[in-house]
Write a protein that binds this ligand. Structure first.
Ligand code: SF4
Length: 280
């Protein structure tokens, strides 16, 4: 039996996972949003020209059986420290500016982070690092990101995950990565006209960015530029170039070990803010 619990911000009651169109803050879907159940349906439904509709379709996708099972099991079982909260338990769409100048591309939602709160990078340690840094460099209005009704806004920035469902051990399979790829490709296609700089978090985000831009017909250097922290590469489109910036993922594996420090993260995101002409 599914429990029904109050949202930590609004107090409204929700089942876990959250049914579409029931009032969850920021839920882009309704109960009429079409659901992709296969890779072919993902490809077809990613064909919308409307970003809000794309977000809605992403948020109800069920095309990867293993990931659907995992995200919903986590949503029902819950980590003990979040046992009194409802869990989103659905794919996490892109979030932020509709006409972004800076695009941040990560790996996938965390099982007890975005898979709980419904907003990318929100509610986990990686997000704590990331949003604090985005705030320090002028790309976010608040330094914390707690839940989807906390009032936080990104400034000229949009964040997307390469794979939209939380995977076990943070490791999507190649088939799952490829099944999900049309969602990010479609999203890039809809926002790319205003983007000046892409920040890829980790090598997975880096490779996904290169693959997605190549799929859009952009030129990426050959041989493929190697990922590294602070590394810059150019993505060459039909009439302009975008800078791709590499950034170590703010995972606990990197932040606990000192591989990624706050100044290192700030340096890359500040560079993005400058290239995006959001700060001087
Ligand atoms: S990972 Fe992507 S394609 Fe697979 S179920 Fe989630 S949203 Fe759909």
């Amino acid at each position: 039996m599914t429990d029904v619990l109050p949202h930590p911000a609004t107090g409204e009651l929700f089942a876990s996972p959250v049914p579409p169109g029931t009032g969850w803050p920021g839920d882009p879907a309704t109960d009429e949003t079409p659901v992709a159940a296969t890779a072919a349906q993902v490809r077809r439904l990613a064909g919308t020209a409307d970003l809000a509709e794309l977000d809605a379709r992403v948020s109800v996708c069920r095309a990867c059986p293993r990931l659907v099972r995992w995200r919903e099991d986590v949503a029902r079982d819950k980590r003990a420290s979040f046992a009194t909260q409802p869990y989103w338990g659905r794919p996490v769409p892109g979030w932020g500016a509709v006409h972004p100048r800076v695009l941040v591309i990560g790996l996938a939602p965390a099982a007890n982070g975005a898979n709980r709160t419904g907003r990318i990078f929100t509610g986990d340690r990686s997000g704590d690092w990331l949003f604090a840094s985005l705030h320090r460099v002028g790309l976010a209005t608040q330094s914390t990101s707690v839940h989807a009704a906390d009032g936080l806004e990104l400034i000229g920035t949009r964040m997307v995950a390469t794979v939209r469902c939380a995977p076990p051990q943070n490791k999507p399979s190649v088939v799952e990565r490829d099944t999900c790829a049309p969602w990010i490709s479609a999203e890039l296609g809809l926002v790319v006209d205003t983007v000046e700089v892409v920040v890829a978090l980790g090598s997975f985000g880096w490779d996904a960015t290169l693959r997605s831009f190549a799929g859009l017909g952009w030129d990426v250097a050959r041989p493929k530029p190697r990922f590294g922290h602070g590394v810059e590469a150019q993505l060459v489109g039909p009439d302009r170039e975008i800078t791709l910036l590499g950034c170590y993922h703010p995972s606990q594996q990197n932040t606990f070990t000192g591989r990624l420090t706050e100044p290192m993260l700030d340096d890359v995101l500040r560079r993005a803010a400058v290239l995006g002409r959001i700060v001087a």
